[in-house]
Design a binder for this molecule. Structure first.
Ligand code: G6P
Length: 627
């Protein structure tokens, strides 16, 4: 949700900022702006444009029209104030004495604004960020009166601002009278500093690694309530008391190509195709051979077998698709391990005074590791002394660092707003947890353990097989692109798959869709079924197959057009449905991993057929760092 970037060094900043913003556009894309400072004079030039980044690129001739070697940039997902050039960042005080880009929300901005207005400050925008910029200006003026050196003065102003504001922020800051210096500060929004060597010599700041990866692999992760002061040559880091601190420089191992489309038309399609590799990478390192048998190894969690055996309840928490992973994993964990399992939407969890058990394990599921509600839920659990495990994709993200233990999903960078490979890897990680729990709790015998592990390890190849049949889904999607309402129905795990299929479709094709537990249709929703309404019936669970098919017959007799999704062998479905997609057979508990793929493809191809922006659907952003 909003991306920030900054560069100070020997090169012209604007093209670097624009390239960095292009890599962060997944975080928000309703407007963008840059501020660049030419070392030779006091002038900070600010250019902002409503709409996609390409508008800003055109206005600045791809950055060539804005001269200067120090600058900050922003791509926005509007929270306070409509998307417009005025509300776009950077925001600044009079004469651009303080210029700021911000990812996050200043919660008490109205109170700050009122106080500043009383002091004579005038506001030009409806944003919360402007309050932070002008507050900084006010503290900077105060610090100036006490005769401090420039850096001391800036640090003191930033610290006072951090103490005064409530909410979340990753800030990039320029002071008009400090050429060649860039500051940054963070609380609860991601922020990294990149150290560029060689001909690019300098430093960068960014919300996420892909923005700096063309320039450097050496980054420092800034933590909460820390401040960075950067020049071409120097990086100084401070805590909130303005004491200088040392932090490790981390080398990013994955390469820039991982964040490129590599010949695919969209990131979403590339990421759909990466699922076999991503699922394999998530599963394989955690399966180890021992005495001729395969075992799930979760030693990275620092939980012993005794710890796993003593868990009284599993609580799965996430947002969006991560929540849907929880919905599917609950069936798997409860059936295999017989541990009671709750699934919570992070945004609801903390507002219902949850009753937590001392011996429960809370699993926070998150691709980005930065989702505000998921992070807040994690903190609530930690404050209550409950053990937490993060299933996270982005290494060193806030959730990964704050949880007691972390299982990384090795999906690699996911750029498309609609998640695909992160979903699949989260699911795989939770299968491992389910099998581990089942074994240590004596719920399954050795033969079943081996069978489950084999089935898991075969999933990547089976996903590949589903992908090899994608043209059939494309054909159907082209036929259905003009439909207005779609219902996804299923029972048990198939209901969990339906939830994800429906979300995928609505988020990128803008077609109204809903997922229903098939047995619930008769309690209301069936009244919405009329001639031509598309119903996707998911029937991968053998013991529920007939019941779901009966529900399909019920909607068909009321005019529905039916897409059936089942496993090879269940050919009886063809008597009922208009179009069928089969996925390879696997253990029924793992069917989600295969059945979700045609639904991802359906959403993708419908979005393409409608000519929509698949990777950047309207009103959405990938990383939701506001509540
Ligand atoms: C956004 C994304 C979804 C994602 C959800 C949770 O809505 O578009 O794809 O499932 O946030 O994000 P997280 O990073 O916590 O998995």
């Amino acid at each position: 949700m909003c991306g920030i970037v900054g560069y100070v060094g020997v090169k012209q900043a604007a093209p670097i900022l624009l390239e960095g913003l292009a890599k962060l556009e997944y975080r928000g894309y309703d407007s963008a702006g840059i501020a660049v400072r030419d070392a030779g004079n006091e002038h900070v030039e600010v250019v902002k444009a409503k709409g996609r980044l390409k508008n800003l690129m055109e206005m600045t001739d791809s950055g060539k029209a804005v001269r200067g070697t120090c600058g900050i940039g922003h791509t926005r997902w509007a929270t306070h104030g409509e998307p417009s050039a005025v509300n776009a960042h950077p925001h600044y005080s009079r004469e651009k004495r303080v210029v700021v880009v911000h990812n996050g929300i200043i919660e008490n901005y109205q109170e700050i604004k009122a106080a500043l207005q009383r002091k004579g400050y005038a506001f030009a925008t409806q944003t919360d960020t402007e309050a932070a910029a002008l507050l900084l200006d006010s503290y900077y003026s105060e610090a100036g009166r006490s005769g401090m050196a420039p850096r001391e003065r800036a640090l003191s102003a930033i610290r006072d601002m951090m103490i005064r504001v409530r909410g979340s922020y990753a800030l990039g800051i320029l002071f008009g009278d400090q050429p060649g210096v860039m500051y940054a500060a963070r609380k609860d929004s991601p922020l990294i500093v990149g150290r560029c060597d060689g001909e690019l010599a300098g430093h960068m700041i960014a919300s996420d690694v892909p923005a700096v990866l063309s320039y450097t692999r050496n980054v420092v992760y800034i933590d909460n309530l820390e401040i960075a002061c950067l020049t071409q040559e120097e990086m100084h880091l401070y805590n909130i008391d303005c004491e200088e601190i040392e932090k490790p420089v981390v080398e990013i191992r994955w390469d820039a190509a991982a964040a490129e489309k590599e010949g695919y038309e969209h990131f979403m399609m590339k990421e759909i195709h990466e699922q076999p590799r991503a699922v394999r990478d998530t599963l394989s390192p955690r399966i180890r051979e021992e005495d001729g048998a395969k075992r799930v190894d979760l030693s990275e969690t620092n939980l012993t077998d005794e710890d796993f055996a003593a868990i009284s309840r599993i609580r799965l928490i996430g947002c969006g698709s991560a929540y849907h992973v929880g919905m599917a994993a609950r069936y798997v964990i409860e059936q295999l391990a017989r541990v009671p399992c709750d699934v919570d939407l992070a945004s609801e969890f903390r507002y219902r005074s949850p009753i937590l058990e001392e011996r429960e394990l809370v699993v926070i599921i998150s691709q980005s590791g930065e989702t505000a509600d998921s992070l807040a839920a994690l903190r609530l659990c930690k404050e209550s002394g409950i053990r937490t495990l993060a299933v996270v994709n982005v290494v060193s993200s806030s959730i990964a660092r704050e949880a007691d233990a972390v299982m990384y999903t090795w999906a690699g960078p996911e750029i498309s707003v609609a998640t695909t490979k992160a979903y699949s890897t989260q699911l795989a990680a939770l299968y491992l947890l389910a099998v581990k729990l089942a074994v240590v709790r004596g719920q399954i015998d050795e033969a079943r353990e081996q069978e489950l592990i084999e089935q898991m390890l075969e999933l990547p190849d089976k996903i590949e097989r589903v992908l090899s049949d994608k043209e059939r889904v494309q054909w159907f999607a082209n036929k259905m692109a003009s439909c207005k309402d779609v219902f996804f129905i299923g029972r048990g795990l198939d209901y969990a798959i339906s939830l994800e299929g429906s979300l995928k479709l609505k988020e990128i094709s803008y077609i109204h869709s809903e997922a229903y537990a098939a047995g619930e249709l008769k309690h209301g929703t069936i009244s919405l079924i009329e001639d031509g309404v598309l119903v996707v019936g998911v029937a991968t669970q053998p013991e529920l197959f007939e019941k779901v098919v009966s529900n399909m017959v019920e909607v068909r007799s009321r005019g529905a057009y039916l897409f059936g999704l089942t496993t090879y062998g269940q050919y009886a479905i063809e008597d009922t449905v208009n179009f069928t997609v089969y996925v390879p057979r696997t253990d029924a508990l793992f069917a989600t991993s295969l059945a979700v793929v045609p639904l991802q493809l359906l959403a993708y191809y419908i979005s393409c057929a409608k000519g929509l922006d698949v990777d950047k659907p309207r009103n959405l952003a990938k990383s939701v760092t506001v509540e």
